[in-house]
Ligand binder design. Structure first.
Ligand code: PLP
Length: 401
């Protein structure tokens, strides 16, 4: 047997991918599986972005680019940040990576030393703790406020130690959908300043922020906007094309931060992957510089409608509680009222049992909350058709009637 490094042994396979694999296995057996696992829009990449990639191939734009990304694309990101978030960066403060995940990984490698602690509001996206661990850091999960999953600043402050190096925020949040307000981002930055902590915000779901279910308005606020000039040297933001333009497979993300940090990020990238695919960069350039308002509106409206329908339907299942997801495309209901009960002959002890029961008996796949840091909940992705969501609700309502 191969003797694996300690680093490799510490990595957990993604819970989401394991669930997807099991769902596919059952589907291959002919069972009518509906999967609400995936974290990707069920929309096609806009045509003009696809056409740009085809053109790039035709024109032979198929060689290495600058390791940190094509200058034009970095400039397009600078323009996007100025236009949409009101912040002034320069191309030397931007690195284009192979997805937001890669951008985050590079940033953590550049910021975190062995033994450093990273504060992570919990629930959190499953990949963060493994990325932090691979960088040599220790994840310090800090529970969010309930029931709305916004930041608990007192708890964050209490969790700070002399080893705390980074606060890692994700807004809109996967899995809770929480969208942090300007006031709480400002308070988080002030806390970081008082304690000499670097702040990183993963803003990949920026475009998916919905008005309140009570009709109130809600807007996305970037950490960089709140930080302005005063916090320029102590924060970085991560974003990308995966969710905004349904471009998950193209693998284009980016980070913006202080020039010395971004130089280090670019150097790390130059010694690992080099540039992201040249063809994908051309598609991203078009997506960013020629926004297709009608396409964006269509996707946003579809997600907004599904969010309402799906959450309303879940609330009709006895014992389920569900805060309003404010953004992204996930619903994160509390199902622990079912723990200790027996359904369809199966005893339910935790979120993994609840999830397995729904997969085996109702043929609906989604993810347990444990790997996201809260075992009382489960995560559904509503990035699928309304027909699938309606059928899911029907099956679950029947199973738990
Ligand atoms: C919070 C969060 N950040 C980053 C990513 C990954 O984005 P990308 O596909 O651009 O690497 C995901 C994907 O699910 C996510 O949920």
């Amino acid at each position: 047997m191969t003797r694996l490094s300690r680093r490799a042994c510490g990595v957990q396979p993604s819970a989401t991918l394991a669930l997807s694999a099991r769902a596919k296995e059952l589907a291959a057996q002919g069972l009518p599986i509906i999967s609400l696992v995936a974290g990707e829009p069920d929309f096609d990449t806009p045509d003009h972005a696809k056409a740009a990639a085809v053109r790039a191939i035709g024109e032979g734009f198929t060689k290495y680019t600058d390791a940190a990304g094509m200058p034009e694309l970095r400039k397009a990101v600078v323009d996007k940040l100025a236009r949409e978030n009101g912040v002034a960066y320069t191309p030397s403060e931007i690195v284009i990576s192979c997805g937001a995940k890669h951008a985050l990984f590079n940033l953590l490698l550049a910021l975190v030393d062995e033994g450093d602690e990273v504060l992570l509001p919990s629930p959190y996206w499953v990949s963060y703790p493994d990325m932090i661990g691979l960088a040599g850091g220790t994840t310090v999960p800090v529970p969010c406020r309930r029931p709305d999953f916004h930041l608990d600043l007192a708890a964050l402050e209490k969790a700070i130690t002399p080893k705390t190096r980074v606060l890692l925020l994700n807004t809109p949040n996967n899995p809770t959908g929480a969208v942090y307000t300007a006031a709480e981002l400002a308070a988080a930055l002030s806390l970081c300043q008082r304690h000499g902590i670097f702040a990183v915000a993963d803003e990949i779901y920026e475009k998916l922020v919905f008005p309140g279910l009570d009709g109130s308005s809600r807007t996305f606020v970037s950490l960089a906007t709140i930080g302005g000039k005063a916090f320029r040297d102590t924060l970085a933001v991560v974003n990308g094309c995966s969710k905004a333009y349904a471009m998950t497979g193209w693998r284009i993300g980016y980070a913006a931060g202080p020039a010395d940090l971004m130089k280090a990020v670019g150097d790390i990238q130059s010694q690992s992957t080099s540039n992201p695919a040249s063809i994908s960069q051309k598609a991203a350039l078009t997506a960013l510089t020629e926004p297709d308002g009608a396409w964006e509106k269509r996707m946003h409206a579809a997600f907004e409608e599904r969010r309402r329908i799906f959450r309303d339907g879940l609330l009709r299942i006895p014992g389920i509680e569900c805060a309003e997801p404010e953004g992204a495309f996930y619903v994160f209901p509390k199902v622990s009222a079912w723990f200790g009960k027996t359904v369809a002959g199966e005893k339910i002890r935790n979120s993994a049992d609840w999830t397995r029961l729904c997969l085996e008996k109702a043929h609906v796949a989604f993810v347990p909350g444990g790997p996201f840091g809260d075992d009382n909940h489960v995560r559904f992705s509503y990035a699928t058709s309304k027909a699938n969501l309606d059928e899911t609700l029907k099956r679950l309502q029947k199973l738990f009637a």
